[in-house]
Design a protein around this ligand. Structure first.
Ligand code: PFF
Length: 445
């Protein structure tokens, strides 16, 4: 079978496209806000460097050595216990589960692109009413845009790795960066920029407790797309000469820079024109549109551009969330790409409809258990359970299961003196950290 390979820049952009998503532009600013800014940002940066970067390299290495879908990668690299380890490959399912709510949120963003063209809410109160009306009563609007997102994603995926995924990222990633850079430059000219900088970088350590620490670790995973086989699946199509460490560095660098740039920009707008930073998940859909309104006509342009950038970020991540299971059915069952894409897409499309319904008045009562609706349960289950398990398994797999000589043969020439600290961190620091995070997020600790 002839396997398509990414070009080198194509791989970096695709992996960065996976990493840079709703997590960076929507989630990072509001959780940074909730935990008081500076100190949280520093903990997050520290986690990204110490844990995220080393698992990124490990996950790329598994794909690079395995060269196939995630299940086959684990099987091939652990011949003695392949029936056990192949289960780890089913982490790819987490991507499909995440897509259940991710696609719905992309649908909201599409809706916001269209409505911001002609209208922005004049106050936070009005903005909140608009958002909650969409969430709780507009089933068909959400259904329509969720379906549009589903069609776009399967269209790109059915075009394959080079003609679909690589091409999408080659266009959307630079476009996303240009839009954010332009808005960021504008933000630097505003008085409130200094306030945003000090909010994000002057640490208030009193706000950092175990909970903040755990959130930072969990977010580092989510934002870097780790633990689910997305990066692994892409790395399986990396050319043999590629440098894993350099690629991982670029992905981590772009992901972190974009999160910080987006955070600074949003906080500047919110300080200058809006109601300040700590606004929770509604930051982008509620507080921000009202701040754009205060900017006048440039606010309309910015609103549309901002939501376009957010949609781009979401779409490039989405393809990476679905691709692992698509690849699995192609590799293991000989399905055509079209069949695999449409089937996987149909899965998240159908459950996405349930996710929409779980917010709709009249239906949500039937789709809520234990204080969380279906939408929130999927989010919680993937982030609190599947993701840390994936990270834990990958670290242990590279640290203890793949023979050290094989790991060394590829990684030592690239990491040089850093090989030993990396390997040590994979074996002893990361698995323990992941375990603690998982227990805390599940509420056990
Ligand atoms: N990294 C993406 C974000 O920050 O939104 C989300 C994501 C994509 C998580 C792909 C996991 C993944 F495999």
């Amino acid at each position: 079978m002839k396997i398509a390979r990414f070009s080198r820049i194509g791989f970096i952009l695709a992996a960065a496209g996976s990493a840079v998503g709703l997590g960076n532009i929507w989630k990072f600013p509001y959780i940074a806000g909730e935990y008081g800014g500076g100190a949280f940002v520093l903990v997050y940066l520290f986690t990204v460097l110490l844990i995220g970067f080393s698992i990124m390299i490990a996950e790329m290495l598994i794909g690079y050595l395995g060269r196939r879908d995630t299940v086959t990668c684990f099987e091939k690299l652990a011949p003695k216990h392949k029936h056990l380890w192949k289960l780890a490959g089913f982490q790819g399912l987490a991507g499909l589960f995440i897509m259940i709510f991710y696609s719905v949120v992309i649908g909201w963003i599409f809706n916001y692109i269209v409505t911001s063209l002609s209208y922005l809410p004049a106050s936070v109160k009005e903005s909140e009413e608009i958002f909650t009306a969409m969430l709780h009563t507009s089933f068909w609007t959400q259904f329509f845009y969720h379906t549009l997102s589903f069609i776009g994603i399967i269209y790109v995926l059915h075009k394959g790795l080079k003609g679909g995924i690589e091409k999408l990222n080659m266009y959307l990633m630079p476009a996303l960066m240009i839009i954010l850079a332009a808005m960021f430059i504008y933000a630097t000219t505003l008085d409130a920029f200094g306030q945003a900088v000090s909010f994000m970088f002057s640490p208030d350590w009193s706000k950092i407790d175990a909970d903040a620490f755990v959130t930072a670790v969990g977010h580092a995973f989510f934002t870097l797309s780790l633990g689910m086989g997305a990066i692994m699946t892409y790395a399986a199509s990396l050319d043999k000469e590629a440098n894993i460490v350099k690629s991982a560095f670029w992905v981590v660098f772009l992901d972190t820079t974009i999160a910080i740039v987006a955070g600074l920009m949003l906080f500047t707008f919110l300080y200058q024109y809006g109601s300040g930073p700590a606004k929770g998940p509604g930051l982008v859909f509620i507080s921000l549109p009202a701040a754009f309104y205060e900017m006048g006509i440039i606010g309309n342009i910015f609103a549309v551009l901002f939501f376009i950038a957010l949609a781009f970020a979401g779409l490039t991540s989405s393809v990476s969330l679905v691709e692992p299971m698509v690849q699995y059915f192609i590799d293991r069952f000989g399905w055509s790409r079209l069949k695999a894409t449409v089937s996987m897409g149909t899965f998240f499309w159908l459950f996405g409809i349930v996710a929409i319904l779980s917010n709709i008045d009249g239906a949500k009562e039937f789709l809520t258990w234990g204080g969380k609706n279906f939408f929130d349960w999927v989010d919680y289950f993937t982030a609190a359970v599947m993701l840390p398990i994936g990270g834990f398994l990958m670290a242990v797999f590279v640290g203890f299961v793949i023979p050290r000589s094989e790991v060394e043969a590829v990684m030592k020439p690239q990491l040089k003196w850093a090989f030993q600290p990396w390997y040590f961190s994979l074996r002893y620091i990361t698995p323990v950290a992941m375990f603690v995070v998982m227990l805390s997020l599940m509420g056990v600790l």
